[in-house]
Design a protein around this ligand. Structure first.
Ligand code: NAD
Length: 423
């Protein structure tokens, strides 16, 4: 899942953005002060500093974090990020967002997030394994199949999850596959997990089109970021009859008015390392790609791509946030005024955590489902969640982003009041 470094808009402090979004939902729910206070404070935050011996014999100290935002709905769930720009505030914001993402789709989890300040591209495979096993040991007091279940995020992958699972299992003396999700299938991973986020993007895009009366057959789709999420979203939307008119990655973009073949484009990318240069297509820059006239725009690369600067020129009717936070709060307001229908990240890319939940359930039962069963269950949860959020946003006359937060925060607040305050 490594993203190449690309220049993006300067980011607002992610924790302040998360607090602002929460406050809006809390106001609409008329939450009492004490409940608000409780929900904005992460339950626990762990910072660890640990040494790793490099291949040249030198020792380097790394800093990592694991944060549990909320345990009200169940054990915590959230990815682990390896990136040089990781900060405590970023991980705190992402942990809170995980609480809302799990709650909006009705999973029995609270939110968590972890990260290590490092550039995985500069570490050898052995160094990466040592860093991962040591970090897993340092946060072992927090993780576990009943307490906190990590997953991959930027800079981490199924192999890293396998090392965490193995390290945790060695400490316990028996195999504990349910301690992480996003593992390789050979050690308890789930069928359909790799495709889940992109498939989920397709499901919510399809439901949105249905709601707006837009026929999917021939609908023009633009995908920014032809990676895991973007390429699967493109393929599954293409299978629904959409025309994928443009796609991009960090190497550039391609445009074809009568539609690209996403499977063939993926083969080209696997061979050439980028979608750029695909035969029969015109080149388009990433900036221009976002502004192409289209029906559905899927930003599936990274955060901060649609800003106050380019939002007035976005011509899509629907924007489905495959990536986390691709639209800045200022751009969100502009799109809302311009009546662009935005499906927010916590709903649009929840397919990944939903199938992670299925992986955890299968591991706990040691009983595995077929890919068809996984996809059917994913479909059911996402369609129900989309309709739920749409109903809230129509009833309260608010955008889908705030509707999703109202649904999520309301669920956690209800559970908190039902459980009561200990002692
Ligand atoms: P990935 O690394 O597989 O793909 C990202 C793609 O974006 C790559 O093709 C990369 O070249 C491209 N890219 C990077 N910068 C770009 C730019 N400026 N313009 C255009 N393309 C650019 O990552 P992924 O797993 O597909 O994740 C993409 C986004 O979705 C991230 O924001 C991630 O946090 C989010 N997300 C992923 C999952 C998941 O299950 N994979 C789940 C939820 C959210």
């Amino acid at each position: 899942m490594a993203l190449k470094a690309v220049k993006t808009a300067p980011q607002a402090d992610p924790w302040q953005v998360a607090l602002k979004q929460f406050a809006r939902a809390a106001d609409l729910l008329s939450l009492k002060r004490g409940i608000r206070e409780f929900l904005i404070h992460p339950k626990r935050e762990l910072t660890v500093n640990f040494p790793v011996q490099r291949e040249d014999g030198s020792v380097q100290v790394f800093t990592g974090f694991r944060i549990h935002h909320s345990t009200v709905l169940g054990p915590t769930k959230g990815g682990i990020r390896y990136h040089p720009d990781v900060t405590l505030e970023e991980i705190r914001a992402l942990a809170m967002l995980m609480t809302w993402k799990c709650a909006v789709v009705g999973l029995p989890y609270g939110g968590a997030k972890g990260g290590v300040i490092c550039d995985p591209k500069t570490l050898s495979p052995t160094e990466l394994e040592h860093l991962t096993r040591r970090y897993a040991t340092e946060i072992a007091m927090l993780i576990g199949p009943e307490s906190d279940i990590p997953a991959p995020d930027l800079g981490t992958n199924p192999q890293i999850m396998a090392w965490i699972m193995d390290t945790y299992s060695m400490h316990h003396g028996y195999s504990v596959p349910a301690v992480v999700t996003g593992k390789p299938i050979s050690i308890g991973g789930s069928a359909g997990r790799i495709e889940a986020t992109g498939r989920g993007v397709m499901i919510v895009a399809r439901e949105t089109a249905r709601h707006l009366g837009l026929p999917l057959a021939g609908a023009r789709v633009v995908v920014q970021g032809f990676g895991n999420v973007g390429s699967i979203a493109a393929q599954t939307l293409h299978a629904q009859g959409c025309r994928i008119i443009a796609a991009s990655d960090s190497g550039g973009g391609v445009y074809q008015a009568d539609g690209l073949d996403p499977e063939d484009l993926l083969r080209h990318k696997q061979h050439a390392g980028t979608v750029a240069g695909y035969r029969g297509s015109d080149a388009v820059t990433n900036a221009d790609l976002l502004e192409l006239p289209c029906d559905i725009l899927v930003p599936a690369a990274m955060e901060g791509q649609i800003t106050a600067e380019n939002a007035p020129r976005i011509k899509a009717r629907i924007v489905v946030e495959g990536a986390n936070g691709p639209i800045t709060p200022e751009a969100d307001e502009i799109l809302s005024e311009r009546k662009v229908f935005v499906v927010p990240d916590i709903l649009a890319n929840a397919g990944g955590v939903i199938v992670s939940y299925f992986e955890w359930v299968q591991d706990l039962q040691s009983f595995f489902w077929s890919e068809e069963e996984i996809n059917e269950r994913l479909e059911r949860i996402l369609v129900r969640s989309f309709r739920d959020v749409l109903a809230v946003s129509q009833e309260k006359k608010i955008e889908m982003r705030t509707g999703a937060l109202v649904r999520a925060v309301g669920r956690v607040a209800d559970a908190l009041l039902t459980r009561g305050i200990y002692p």
